[in-house]
Design a protein around this ligand. Structure first.
Ligand SMILES: *Cc1c(COP(=O)(O)O)cnc(C)c1O
Length: 397
């Protein structure tokens, strides 16, 4: 029998993905629980209909109009003005970050992150033959700068990935911390003498050193849910040419099915990424649908405020049940600790409620749903906890 030439590093791996189970209350993948309004659906249909009339042609591979619309959206959402050349998009922000690793990672290079964090990061590294190094966060999930300094000094990563608000913990990194990280990474990357990077990127960097910068990717997939007074990293782009802010239409925008993620960064970074993208990676229909949705951003975003209120209310209820609750700037809540979290997860599922068993042992993550879904969840959880009383670990595990 012939044997497939399976890569040694893929032996025994299973494909990523949370279970897609058909249950009444699905609170496991941080989707927006509200379907788009009819006006949004119709706008998307109109844009797509127009694009379909030219489907014999390849799409605009630089999607200039979409980049302009995304820049406009970011200006409205975060009050930060960017040129369309500072925006780049792909089929979900996962693809944007994969492209960043294709452009700046690779054999002999390292990408670093700080756990607990998004479980896809090691996969981008594996798929681009980039070494993955994980430091740890503090017990309250904030960044630990001793760990950061150690990783930068010993590994000289080309890229650091920081999710803020973080998944699965929901916690955000402050501007002060981000600034400190951006100063520390100004010249902590790979040695310049080994590099063949573009002149434009070097010219963009004000630092004259032996080492390149470490690119800092702030993954703001949940940025729109941040609490008042928590600024977006977008505001730091002007000061730091090695900063990338990644965003997506999958979460706050209520368009996970669209597959549209994007980043904002210096022109030099975008130019490098353009070298590795596949030809015409963003379909004309995706571009059109995204523009049709962005044209109605107020309608799509109208639920964000309500989700934030629901989140804070639900966090209060979970605290009231005697649980530990990580402070959340996202559309989900990370809570614990349970001596047997799988048992809790399973008992919720038996009641038709699907949440996520992810992150450090003892913790569970629940996405914010509609008020009815949240009520069903908290009611079921209260029942389960009182029935299994002794199972909940109080304090240390
Ligand atoms: C959901 C999520 C994304 C977004 O993924 P898309 O590919 O844009 O759907 C990115 N980063 C984190 C941390 C996420 O949780």
């Amino acid at each position: 029998m012939a044997q497939l030439p399976v890569r040694a590093d893929l032996l025994g791996e299973s494909p990523y993905g949370a279970p897609q189970l058909d249950v009444p209350v699905r609170l496991n993948v941080n989707e927006n629980p509200y379907a788009p309004d009819l006006d949004v659906v119709q706008s998307i249909a109109r844009y797509v209909e127009q694009a379909a009339q030219q489907l014999n042609r390849y799409p605009d591979r630089d999607f200039v109009q979409l980049r302009r619309d995304l820049a406009e959206y970011l200006a409205a959402e975060s009050d930060v003005r960017l040129a369309p050349e500072q925006i780049w998009a792909a089929n979900g922000s996962n693809e944007v970050m994969l492209q960043l690793l294709q452009a700046f990672g690779g054999p002999g290079r390292t990408v670093a992150s700080f756990t607990p964090t998004y479980s896809m990061y090691p996969e981008y590294a594996r798929d681009t033959f980039t070494a993955y190094v994980a430091g740890e966060r503090n017990a309250d999930f904030s960044l630990n700068f001793d760990q950061i300094r150690r990783v930068l000094d010993t590994e000289h990563p080309a890229i650091v990935l920081i999710a803020s608000p973080n998944n699965p913990t929901g916690t955000a990194v402050s501007h002060g911390e981000l600034r400190e990280l951006l100063h520390l990474t100004a010249s902590s990357g790979p040695q310049l003498s080994h590099m063949h990077a573009s002149e434009t990127l070097h010219d963009a960097l004000p630092y004259d050193t032996q080492r390149a910068s470490t690119i800092v990717v702030v993954d703001e997939a949940y940025g729109e849910f941040r609490r008042d007074g928590v600024p977006s990293a977008l505001a730091l782009l002007d000061d730091f040419p090695h900063l990338v802010v990644s965003r997506t239409m999958s979460k706050a925008f209520g368009a996970a099915g669209l597959r549209l993620g994007y980043m904002a960064a210096s022109r030099g970074i975008i130019e490098q990424v353009m070298l590795v993208r596949l030809p015409y990676h963003l379909s004309a229909l995706t571009q059109a649908a995204a523009r049709g949705a962005l044209a109605h951003r107020d309608s799509l975003m109208s639920q964000v405020a309500q989700i934030r209120v629901e989140r804070d209310r639900l966090a209060g209820e979970l605290t009231g049940l005697g649980l530990e609750v990580a402070p959340s700037d996202a559309n989900f809540i990370f809570f614990g600790k349970f001596s047997d979290r799988h048992d809790i997860w399973e008992k919720l599922l038996q009641r038709g409620i699907l949440i996520r068993e992810v992150g450090p042992d003892g913790w569970l993550r629940v996405s914010i749903g509609t008020p009815q879904e949240n009520l069903a969840f908290v009611t079921a959880l209260r029942e389960i906890i009182s029935a299994t009383g002794g199972e909940r670990a109080t304090g240390e595990k």
